[in-house]
Design a protein around this ligand. Structure first.
Ligand code: UDX
Length: 431
């Protein structure tokens, strides 16, 4: 049996802990300094919306393989392996704030009397493992094990993901980590700590760059008469590129891509001073920031000639993507803020099945889970989040609820032809 402790029950820590506990030879305790969160988890109250998570937590708690505890000093020394899954937010200067990582290391240094395997799960700048050696007093074994879980499908990704990257001091397999991942050994890629740390940034930044360029190409399609759906079919057929991650949208958001692109840029600034390297990732960041206004620009031109004092704008989707309640860097937040700053009187209603956190705006924004209520009397419907339950909706029914006839589809989720057949005027991103 491997006795595992997970420090931090945020999105990464909770999913990782719950999934690791499914391996029969692992016993996992998820810990957090927020004792109220731990008490709620003991009652199976999930702090995040994530498909299959609650069921997994219930099962593994019931089988006595998963526990929750807030008494970190009291239990830290009982573990063989400690995963660190604390937040690594962006600091004011764009760098990654490692304060929470450092305080986790301080606790381990203070309360662990025997040598432990310390696994870094949070995304940290390359070379952070060297800092951790100092923070941990050179007394423990440091493993770099980045996560690649997509929100909304994280539990599925844990068992069906493409790879598990494990970085060790000498790049050689570590026997305890082999035991931790015994059910998934065929997926493990062994490497050194720095390379493992870099894999995470390189993966997310390549995906972000692919999306940013794709969104620009989609906008250009709209200007030139090309159709992004057909272009995707043609481009995606090239096996070197592939069809995935080629859905044009309102700009990427979430907890990873925006933070990791900024983090990589900061690393270039720090390690490659005086060179021209790092400009490409900066361009990706700037492109996505600019593209996040594209939906507002579409809305503006769509309503230019039909604006009315009591305009009702219904926005479908608040979360940064479908399948999650996460609104971090959500394009809908950006849209609501732009509307608030730049439009005169209007009524807004946001429809989302699970997300609830609205940005602070001067003008009131109504939030509902009820699609019919939200769409009733709308002059404009703006599609922002690709919730699958709204994908195959009867467009005629949508039209029957609306007062106006404008659709701004920032996810290219509905069909222009179908909308036009039902008397709607359709605006997409390049289609
Ligand atoms: C991402 C990575 O995929 C994952 O491996 C990593 O560990 C965490 O960050 P996540 O942020 O949950 O996962 O979502 P993902 O599905 O990758 O989407 C990221 C953003 O890109 C979202 O805003 C999404 O809407 C957008 N996106 C994704 C598109 O606009 N088009 C696409 O084709 C794919």
């Amino acid at each position: 049996m491997i006795n595992i402790g997970v420090l931090g029950t945020g999105y990464v820590g909770l999913v990782t802990g719950a999934c690791l506990a499914s391996t029969k030879t692992n016993i996992v305790t998820c810990m957090d300094i927020d004792d109220s969160k731990i008490e709620l988890l003991k009652e199976y109250e999930m702090p995040i919306y994530e498909q299959d998570l609650e069921l997994l937590v219930r099962q593994n708690c019931h089988d006595y393989r998963l526990f929750f505890d807030w008494d970190i000093p009291g239990c830290l020394d009982t573990f063989d392996v400690i995963f660190i899954a604390v937040g690594t937010p962006t600091a004011a200067d764009g760098s990654v704030n490692l304060d929470y990582v450092q305080s986790a290391c301080n606790m381990i240094r203070e309360y662990c009397t025997s040598r432990k395997v310390i696994v870094m799960k949070s995304t940290v700048p390359v070379t952070t493992h060297e800092k951790m050696e100092d923070w941990l007093g050179h007394k423990h074994t440091i493993i770099s094990n980045p996560e690649f879980l997509r929100e909304g499908t994280a539990v599925y990704d844990f068992t069906h993901g493409d790879r598990i990257v494990v970085g060790t001091v000498d790049g050689m397999p570590d026997p305890i980590m082999k035991a931790v991942y015994t059910d998934h050994l065929d997926k493990v890629i062994w490497t050194d700590n720095a390379s493992a740390e870099m894999v995470k940034y390189a993966s997310n930044c390549l995906l972000a760059a692919k999306l940013a360029l794709w969104n620009e190409i989609a906008v250009l399609c709209g200007e030139t008469g090309a159709n992004i759906h057909d272009v995707k079919t043609g481009v995606g057929a090239d096996s070197r590129i592939g069809p995935r991650f080629l859905l044009a949208g309102p700009g990427y958001g979430g907890s990873c891509f925006p933070k990791d692109t900024r983090g990589l840029h900061q690393m270039f600034t720090e390690h490659m001073k005086g060179t021209k390297y790092g400009k490409l990732i900066k361009a990706v960041i700037d492109s996505n920031d600019y593209h996040k206004s594209q939906t507002f620009r579409l809305l503006w031109s769509a309503t230019l000639n039909s604006w009315r004092a009591d305009m009702k704008i219904a926005i479908i989707g608040l979360a940064f993507k479908g399948g999650t309640d996460d609104v971090r860097e959500s394009p809908t937040h950006a849209l609501l803020e732009q509307m608030d700053n730049q439009l005169a009187d209007y009524e807004t209603v946001v429809i989302d099945p699970v997300a609830t956190e609205l940005p602070e705006t001067r003008k009131p924004v109504e939030l509902t889970t009820d699609l019919v209520k939200g769409l009733k009397g709308a002059d404009v419907v703006v599609l922002m989040t690709e919730w699958q339950q709204y994908k195959n909706i009867d467009i005629g029914f949508v039209k029957s609820l609306m007062r106006g006839n404008i659709i701004v589809d920032a996810r290219n989720m509905w069909s222009r032809a179908e909308c036009e057949r039902n008397g709607l005027v359709y605006y997409g991103i390049g289609c």
